[in-house]
Design a protein around this ligand. Structure first.
Ligand SMILES: Cc1cc2nc3c(=O)[nH]c(=O)nc-3n(C[C@H](O)[C@H](O)[C@H](O)COP(=O)(O)OP(=O)(O)OC[C@H]3O[C@@H](n4cnc5c(N)ncnc54)[C@H](O)[C@@H]3O)c2cc1C
Ligand SMILES: *[C@@H]1O[C@H](CO)[C@@H](O)[C@H](O)[C@H]1NC(C)=O
Ligand SMILES: *[C@@H]1O[C@H](CO)[C@@H](O)[C@H](O)[C@H]1NC(C)=O
Ligand SMILES: *[C@@H]1O[C@H](CO)[C@@H](O)[C@H](O)[C@H]1NC(C)=O
Length: 535
């Protein structure tokens, strides 16, 4: 009897496999044949289609898969990669994938922490936006149309070509794709002065699930609200964003001050929490603790205070003397430079590097990593900091970044855009464990991911709670819960409330307007608000 059951099981697995592989070959061929009929004649889509038989398929797949932890463990590959060369190629991808039952994963810069732009557990195609990267700047209106495939670095470079007194508030890393980066908000060192990237977005082009290109007016204000911070993947494909540039002075000042534990780092970190969120808006000081080796087997924590000031040294020193004299900032710590040069400083390039590096579109030295995020609404007590230091010292390759809120971030209400984490937050934290092949590569992933969970639970008493808020740009598949018996919608409410707070339900309503059939989805997307049963 037992043998019969297991034979049956093997047989049915075989049948299932057989059916699905036949269907998927048909699906793929039909999909590929459908594409040209929906593309612009002058831009042959054949030039954009890569299937596993093309020699560059693997390298294009891997080039923008930023996290080696995901790349090395991904068990499935897309059936095709469409490297759109014209907007109609993106439209055709949606129309044909929908018609032939394939999922679309959209990739711009490939920096998703969990690789959701290049993996899936159902048959899928990657719509790769990296060729759609034009940046049109209009200095008269101080605005720019930026296509999804452009990087943050390219945007900073193109702005600097036109003006040394304009900038844009976006991420610190210069290879982020505008398409994915803005979708969760987009923050950087101008956050306290100008808010997030999405706070400076004035229009967008979005391809919906029917392949139509919509703008702010035709998508309507609810959808335009949702795509600013609600994770664009749930709503459609961002083709381009229209942004308002911001004013910066011709010279800005940056600094890094570092202290280890026996130089009073704990007291300074404690004080930083009270000071940094209340500093004048022109001043952004990030706190970055990390474990270091302090000679022999002695370990310590080194805390870096990394600052950006929209002004010059004299005024900066005055402000720091008033607000944070304990840090002891001196002129020697300060470097004056143009705003665009300060983007290089923050991205970690050595002083004097040519700004041409901003045009390098992919990150070359990639690592394995796992990230988690937290929001803090209360100061971590000294004892909490000591707990944090203790956990950090047990994890070799970790850095923690505390990014101060306040300033512009608390002037914008939590419901103005889909990004909910505004007033009341002192700072946002990312905990990132990185490792390389020599640390064990993919075989060490289980251990490092477990360490990240241990750190996360050690900080639970101090972080925000009910919900424990998280930053959707720091995608983490642990966010939410998988309690058995929950419906898909209940599962989504768990992670949705952590990422989007009270905006979650409104996001599901916007989703029901633009994509009621839930074509655009991933492991943590917004489901459409279920329609109440008719009566
Ligand atoms: C090294 C590094 C540094 C970072 N620094 C910062 C920082 O300073 N500030 C910050 O806010 N974030 C930062 N991030 C996080 C980053 O903003 C997110 O990972 C962001 O989603 C990356 O966008 P992407 O286009 O590069 O990634 P992708 O992996 O291409 O996309 C990310 C997500 O958006 C979706 N998506 C991509 N393109 C589109 C599109 N055109 N339309 C609709 N959906 C799309 C994808 O499907 C995926 O779900 C950093 C990440 C890394 C790896
Ligand atoms: C991929 O391979 C096909 C078949 O050999 C070829 O026609 C097509 O031009 C290739 N695509 C690209 C983008 O090189
Ligand atoms: C390690 O720390 C102890 C105590 O602070 C100190 O005495 C010792 O010299 C240090 N060792 C090294 C190699 O720096
Ligand atoms: C929930 O399920 C996802 C996908 O299987 C998994 O990656 C994640 O770790 C799970 N989360 C929890 C909290 O168990």
């Amino acid at each position: 009897m037992k043998a019969l059951i297991s034979n049956l099981a093997i047989f049915s697995i075989f049948v299932l496999f057989f059916i699905s592989s036949v269907t998927s070959t048909d699906q793929v061929n039909n999909f590929l044949q459908c594409l040209p009929t929906h593309s612009h004649r002058s831009f042959p889509i054949a030039d954009a289609i890569l299937t596993p038989t093309n020699s560059s398929f693997q390298s294009i797949y891997q080039l923008r898969a930023n996290n080696l932890r995901i790349l090395s463990s991904a068990t499935s590959r897309p059936v095709a990669i469409i490297t759109a060369l014209h907007p109609s190629h993106a439209q055709a991808t949606v129309i044909c994938a929908k018609r032939h039952g394939l999922q679309v994963r959209i990739r711009s810069g490939g920096h998703d922490y969990e690789g959701l732009s290049y993996t899936s557990d159902v048959p899928f195609v990657i719509l790769d936006m990296f060729n759609l990267k034009s940046i049109d700047i209009n200095m008269k209106t101080e605005t720019a149309w930026v296509q999804a495939g452009a990087t943050t670095g390219e945007l900073y470079y193109r702005i600097a070509e036109k003006s040394n007194v304009h900038g844009f508030p976006s991420g610190v890393c210069t290879t982020l794709g505008i398409g994915g980066h803005f979708s969760g908000g987009g923050y950087g060192f101008l956050m306290r002065k100008y808010g997030l990237s999405i706070d400076n977005v004035v229009d967008a082009q979005l391809i919906d699930a029917n392949g139509r290109i919509l703008n702010r007016k035709s998508m309507g204000e609810e959808v335009f609200w949702a795509i600013r911070g609600g994770g664009t993947t749930s709503f459609g494909i961002i083709l381009s964003w229209r942004v308002k540039l911001v004013r910066v002075p011709p010279k800005v000042t940056v600094f890094t001050v570092q202290r280890i534990l026996n130089q009073g780092a704990t007291d300074l970190a404690y004080r930083w929490q009270q000071v940094a969120p209340k500093l004048p808006k022109d001043l952004f000081v990030r706190l970055q603790p990390e474990p270091i080796n302090n000679g022999g087997s002695n370990k310590t924590i080194r805390v870096s205070f990394i600052g950006h000031f929209l002004g010059q040294t004299d005024r900066l020193i005055q402000l720091m003397n008033v607000n944070f004299p304990e840090l002891g900032l001196t002129r020697n710590d300060c470097l004056e430079m143009s705003w665009v040069e300060s983007t290089l400083y923050w991205a970690g390039f050595p002083t004097g590097t040519s700004i041409d590096v901003l045009l390098n579109r992919v990150q070359v030295d990639r690592v394995f990593y796992k990230t988690k995020s937290d929001y803090y609404k209360a100061v971590i007590p000294r004892q909490g900091l000591e707990t944090l230091w203790q956990v950090l010292m047990d994890i070799e390759n970790i850095f923690v970044q505390l990014n101060p809120y306040g300033g512009r971030m608390e002037e914008i209400s939590g419901s103005e855009t889909a990004f909910a984490h505004r007033a009341g937050n002192l700072f946002k934290v990312q905990y990132t464990i990185t490792w390389s092949e020599s640390d064990g590569g993919i075989n060490a992933a289980g251990r490092f991911v477990e360490l990240s969970r241990r750190l996360y639970s050690a900080m639970a008493p101090y972080a925000s709670s009910n919900p424990r808020e998280a930053f959707v740009n720091y995608r983490d598949l642990d966010v939410g819960s998988n309690e058995s018996g929950e419906t898909d919608f209940e599962v989504a409410r768990e992670y949705g409330t952590k990422y989007f707070g009270n905006n979650f339900m409104r996001l599901t309503a916007a989703k029901a307007m633009i994509d009621p059939d839930n074509f655009f989805k991933n492991e943590q997307s917004i489901p459409p608000l279920p329609t109440p049963p008719a009566h």
